[in-house]
Design a protein around this ligand. Structure first.
Ligand SMILES: CC(C)(COP(=O)(O)OP(=O)(O)OC[C@H]1O[C@@H](n2cnc3c(N)ncnc32)[C@H](O)[C@@H]1OP(=O)(O)O)[C@@H](O)C(=O)NCCC(=O)NCCS
Length: 185
């Protein structure tokens, strides 16, 4: 293990986006819906998490945990009885983390109409069975779309890091204010 990075050292080869592509199809049953017969947002997030993890597993070939799920757009409701198809692939790999994109479509089983209902970005972190961070292979984007997603993933990472830092500082200020209040009472 590298003492500075905390990473278990391996020399992973680069992998293609195509080798990470994953897909899941679900039929929406009464247990998945609210009283109006629409798919629950939390259930959809669960399906997104699972499909995202499949791509991260295929890229890292080790255990992964979800570090963040951001930028989910719920575009249209999904109805009871619809067939939900989720597709995922890794957009970019960093050191131990990977950004995965998930896109979701719903198919009306009677009309055959298919609509895009949601999209999300997730970050998965590769770990070993002891919870130690693992270095992941780099990603080799090939098509123009893959190259665009690869570039955008770096911008989103920078935005995530800035937001993480801002929230951390906010928590420190709140903790200091609460400590001051306790001292005064
Ligand atoms: C994700 C986790 C392993 C990161 O561990 P950590 O000690 O904070 O690790 P570090 O700060 O060294 O970051 C390690 C990597 O994770 C990324 N990371 C950590 N927190 C992150 C976050 N909130 N959002 C995005 N990426 C994050 C870092 O950018 C870094 O990526 P890199 O190695 O590619 O540069 C740890 O926070 C954890 O176990 N969280 C709980 C995960 C979980 O239970 N998920 C739900 C169930 S699967």
């Amino acid at each position: 293990m590298n003492e500075t990075t905390g990473l278990t050292e391996t020399s992973p080869i680069a992998r293609t986006v195509a080798s990470t592509q994953s897909e899941m199809t679900e039929i929406i049953l009464p247990n998945d819906t609210n009283v109006l017969g629409n798919l629950l947002g939390g259930r959809l997030m669960h399906f997104i998490d699972l499909t995202g993890a499949m791509a991260a597993f295929r890229h890292s070939r080790t255990h992964v945990v979800t570090a963040a799920m951001d930028h989910i757009d719920f575009i249209r409701p999904v109805r009871l009885g619809d067939l939900l198809t989720l597709k995922s692939s890794v957009n970019r790999a960093f050191t131990s983390s990977m950004e995965v994109g998930v896109k979701v479509w719903a198919e009306n089983t009677r009309t055959g109409g298919v609509v895009h209902v949601a999209s999300a970005y997730l970050v998965f972190v590769a770990i070993d069975e002891h919870g130690r961070l693992q270095r992941v292979p780099q990603l080799q984007p090939e098509t123009p779309d893959e190259i665009r997603r690869f570039a955008d993933a770096l911008l989103r990472r920078k935005h995530r890091e800035a937001e993480h830092k801002r929230r951390h500082e906010e928590r420190l200020i709140t903790a200091a204010q609460e400590e001051t209040k306790e001292g005064e009472s």
